[in-house]
Design a protein around this ligand. Structure first.
Ligand code: C2E
Ligand code: MG
Ligand code: MG
Ligand code: MG
Length: 282
């Protein structure tokens, strides 16, 4: 009896696993097809400083799927990393973002804007990553000083030596670095001080309840203090309320990003949003 139940359970588990693998394989095939057809898109979310001025945009990948609608990155980036599709996808994101940057530099009202690009750990660890970024910058004519790469702490689990070398090489050309989702990973402070970073990004999980949860506020203060002592700026993500922004400003945050200012937008509406914001300030 028990043996039968055990076998049934096992069979059930097998079927489940198999369904999941089939689904992943289908998703992977869909992803390859969408890359071939250039169906991926980039959205741009404003980054705003204390005065309310938009100083740049974070580039966020979007996958419009014929059957599923807009698939959020959380659902396909992990699979893209497992299958190494992230290499080609990440290349496309960087190249497209740099083309945008070059276009903007030719427009008086857009030329000051920076662009932040998310780079996954796997993509950054490729031996040719530095050469790849250099050649994209050259080919597109984008100003390296206006390009910022967002890395996560998951990068720091191995070979910090190599990471520091790559960051330094890019930094010497003017490229900036931000540490994304800061506080959610496991980076040791010893590692942190060795990285040639420019910015820490307070994760939205701490911003969400910062008005009511003293622990989140304490973490916010800690990130700002740490950034100050390392000579870095701080940007908060996921800012949805004016009161959150005010509190973050009070504790010394330099810049903000979130639905309070704008959702991530396709390029044209993003550009319109920047023009409208400038008109409002002028
Ligand atoms: P992330 O880099 O931490 O990006 C912030 C996420 O928060 C984005 O989700 C953004 O749409 C969302 N967000 C922005 N403002 C608010 C807000 O006020 N409230 C809330 N609740 N959410 C807000 P998204 O676009 O779904 O991206 C999720 C993650 O996927 C990103 O997290 C990033 O880790 C990854 N990702 C996105 N694009 C790329 C890419 O081109 N390459 C790589 N490697 N990863 C990417
Ligand atoms: Mg990011
Ligand atoms: Mg983040
Ligand atoms: Mg986050």
């Amino acid at each position: 009896q028990a043996k039968t139940a055990g076998r049934n359970t096992l069979r059930f588990f097998d079927a489940d696993m198999q369904a999941m693998l089939v689904q992943r394989a289908a998703l992977e095939e869909d992803m390859r097809e969408s890359m071939r057809l250039s169906h991926f898109l980039l959205h741009y979310q404003p980054q705003v400083v204390g005065s309310g001025r938009i100083t740049g945009a974070e580039v966020l990948l979007r996958w419009p799927h014929p059957l599923r609608g807009l698939v959020p990155p959380a659902e396909f980036i992990p699979l893209a990393e497992d299958t190494n599709l992230i290499t080609a996808l990440g290349h496309w994101v960087l190249e497209t973002a740099c083309k945008t940057l070059a276009d903007w530099s030719a427009q008086d009202d857009m030329k000051h804007l920076s662009v932040s690009v998310n780079v996954s750990a796997r993509q950054f660890r490729q031996p040719h990553f530095v050469a790849e970024v250099m050649s994209i910058l050259e080919r597109t004519g984008a100003d390296p000083h206006l390009l910022k790469l967002e890395l996560t702490e998951s990068l720091l689990v191995e070979d910090v030596e190599d990471i520091v070398a790559k960051m330094s090489a890019l930094k010497s050309r003017g490229v900036g670095f931000s540490l994304d989702d800061f506080g959610t990973g496991y980076s040791s402070l010893a590692h942190l001080k060795r990285l040639p970073l420019d910015q820490l990004k307070i994760d939205q999980s701490f911003v969400r309840d910062i008005l009511t949860d003293p622990n989140d506020l304490a973490i916010g203060r800690m990130v700002v203090a740490l950034a100050d002592s390392l000579g870095l700026t701080v940007i908060a993500e996921g800012v949805e309320l004016a009161a959150q922004r005010e509190l973050l400003a009070q504790i010394g945050c330099d810049a903000y990003q979130g639905y309070l200012f704008s959702r991530p937008l396709p390029r044209e509406p993003f550009e319109a949003c920047c023009r409208a914001a400038r008109q409002a300030v002028a």
